[in-house]
Design a protein around this ligand. Structure first.
Ligand SMILES: [Zn+2]
Length: 288
């Protein structure tokens, strides 16, 4: 409702600007008024379309089969209370219904895989309720690891996941499931979606757009300290995090959600910074 009100105000201001602008360049009064009258509802609909769709999404009950997937795979979900589980389910559904998630060449993938992708998004967005992923991307899920050049799929493929400045998020189904079954603190879906957040402000530089600008200097200082610790083998983060700033952010995000207690104990500054980025405190939550 608040968003709809804001959209209405924005639409009103925009139509006034259009009217004044046209009057200013000498257009007749009638033309200015018609233009303003057309602008307001068009902008209002544009700004509220997603909100209206989400209201419709919220009305339908969350499918039992989807809930079973969350219960079977997602430890993060299992430790939430009933109210937070509702909230988590809502985030899962927004992501799954607002993105096209398929196999290669549009082949259909199981509901289980689609829900797991939604769960990765819900984990990252949980501290920012209703977070609207600015970049709506397709998600393509291969059965297994794949090669970088021709996307040939086999168990020794070079990549488990991939994402670029544009285009689809590519994942391996085996790794996506494995990430939730507790394999060495890795979660490829969370990793690739962290890259998407990083690309949100235009480029993947290890500084996500959701970080308040006044925190950027502090974050960069922590980032470079922590990369040095990886290089000196003084870090709990995977060595891949030292590859560049973007990989550092994605690897640190995985550890933040998969091993929050360890990260808070060994790298308190990094943990505190990631808490600001994601608006949540996963180690704290584990204590309750
Ligand atoms: Zn990466």
């Amino acid at each position: 409702v608040l968003n709809a009100a804001l959209a209405a105000v924005a639409a009103g201001i925009a139509s006034a600007v259009v009217a004044l602008g046209l009057a200013g360049v000498g257009t007749s009064l009638e033309t200015s008024i018609v233009a303003a009258v057309i602008t307001a509802p068009a902008l209002f609909l544009f700004l509220t379309r997603r909100n209206l769709r989400r209201i419709a999404i919220d009305r339908a009950p969350f499918p039992d089969a989807w809930r079973r997937v969350l219960e079977d795979y997602v430890a993060y979900y299992r430790r939430l209370g009933p109210h937070d589980r509702d909230r988590f389910e809502r985030e899962v559904r927004y992501f799954v219904l607002e993105h096209v998630i398929t196999g290669p060449r549009g082949r259909e993938v199981s509901e289980e895989l689609r829900v797991l992708v939604g769960a990765c998004a819900a984990i990252l967005a949980f501290g920012r309720p209703g977070y609207a992923w600015n970049q709506i991307r397709d998600v393509v899920i291969h059965d297994d690891a794949f090669d970088a050049d021709d996307y040939a799929v086999h168990s020794h493929g070079e990549l488990l996941g991939q994402v670029g400045a544009q285009g689809p998020i590519v994942l391996s189904a085996r790794s996506l499931r494995g990430g939730f079954l507790g394999l060495e603190g890795h979660n490829v879906g969370v990793h690739e979606l962290a890259h998407v957040l990083d690309f949100d402000d235009g480029r993947a530089d290890g500084v996500p757009g959701i970080l308040p600008w006044r925190e950027v200097d502090g974050w960069l200082r922590v980032l470079h300290d922590e990369v040095r610790k990886i290089e000196e083998h003084q870090s709990v983060l995977d060595g891949y995090g030292a590859k560049n700033e973007a990989e550092f952010f994605a690897v640190a995000t995985e550890t933040f959600f998969e091993r929050p207690n360890l990260l808070r104990e060994k790298h308190p500054e990094l943990y505190a910074m990631l808490s600001k980025v994601y608006g949540q405190d996963p180690a704290q939550e584990l204590l309750h």
